[in-house]
Ligand binder design. Structure first.
Ligand code: MET
Length: 235
C-alpha cells in the first residue's frame, strides 16, 4: 500500500487554529477533492504538480517523521490536499506506539475510518468565497468517524461578509464544537512577500465583525506562520 505525499517538513510550529504555536511535523498528502478559489496549497492539490509528489510506503513516511523529529515525540499534522483520501492508519499506528500525537486538517468532505484514532481532528468547512459547497451529510459522517478520545474542533476561514454569515450559521448548527476563525489570505504566491499590514487589517476586520455581532464564542486567530515566514513553503 502506498501513499502520495506532497511534502514532509518540520519540526516547525503549527500556525493555525487550536494547536497554534505547537511544535509540529507536517505530512502534506497530494490530491484533493476540492478546488478552493483561494487555495494556499495548490502544490498539494492540482494534478499539474503530481510529478512532484512522492509515492511512499507508510513505513517510509514514519521513518521521515522520526528522522525530522530526532526520535522525540511531538505532534504530527496530517494535512494536504485532503489527507482523508488516503489511508494514513498505519502511519498513525506506528507513531502513536512511539508516543507521537496526530492531528488532521481536512475540509470534512470525506470521512476516513482512521479519524477515530486521531488525537485532534480539525474540520474546516469551506465558506462561499471558496467556490466549493459543503455537503453537510458528509461533514456529519466525518464527525461520526471521530473516536471517543479525539478532540474535534472547527476552523473556518473568513474572507468577506458572506463567509462571516456562513461561519455564524455553521457554528449555530454545531453548538458543541470549539470554533476558530481566521481571516482569509489572498496573497498566496510563495514568491511574493506578504504585506503584514494588510494581514493585520484583515484580522482586525474579522475581530471587529465578531465583536460587533456580540458573538463571543469563536477564537479569532491569525496565521502565525504567515506572520513569521510569509508564504514560504516547508516551514
Ligand atoms: N484540506 C485541508 C483543509 O481544508 C488542508 C489543506 S488546506 C491548506 O483543511
Amino acid at each position: 500500500m502506498s501513499l502520495r505525499i506532497c511534502e514532509i517538513f518540520g519540526p516547525t510550529i503549527q500556525g493555525e487554529g487550536v494547536l497554534i504555536g505547537e511544535p509540529t511535523v507536517f505530512v502534506r498528502t497530494g490530491g484533493c477533492d476540492y478546488r478552493c478559489s483561494w487555495c494556499d496549497s495548490l502544490h498539494a492539490v492540482d494534478s499539474a504538480y503530481r510529478h512532484d509528489w512522492e509515492v511512499m510506503t507508510p513505513t517510509e513516511v514514519w521513518d521521515e517523521i522520526v528522522h525530522l523529529s530526532d526520535h522525540r515525540p511531538l505532534t504530527v499534522s496530517l494535512s494536504g490536499g485532503n489527507p482523508a483520501i488516503q489511508n494514513l492508519a498505519p502511519v498513525i499506528e506506528m507513531g502513536q506506539a512511539a508516543g507521537y500525537r496526530f492531528a488532521c486538517e481536512t475540509q470534512g468532505s470525506i470521512p476516513a475510518a482512521w479519524f477515530g484514532r486521531l488525537d485532534t481532528l480539525v474540520l474546516s468547512p469551506k465558506p462561499p468565497s471558496s467556490g466549493e459547497r459543503v455537503v453537510w451529510e458528509r461533514f456529519e459522517d466525518c464527525l461520526k468517524a471521530a473516536g471517543p478520545h479525539t478532540q474535534v474542533v472547527m476552523k473556518i476561514v473568513v474572507f468577506d461578509e458572506d463567509d462571516f454569515a456562513f461561519a455564524r450559521a455553521t457554528a449555530a448548527s454545531y453548538p458543541d464544537l470549539p470554533l476558530y476563525l481566521q481571516p482569509g489570505n489572498r496573497e498566496v504566491d510563495p514568491a511574493t512577500p506578504v504585506n503584514l499590514d494588510v494581514a493585520a487589517k484583515r484580522l482586525e476586520w474579522l475581530v471587529q465583525q465578531t465583536l460587533a455581532a456580540k458573538w463571543f464564542r469563536p477564537r479569532v486567530l491569525p496565521q502565525l506562520h504567515v506572520m513569521i515566514w510569509g508564504n514560504k513553503r516547508g516551514v
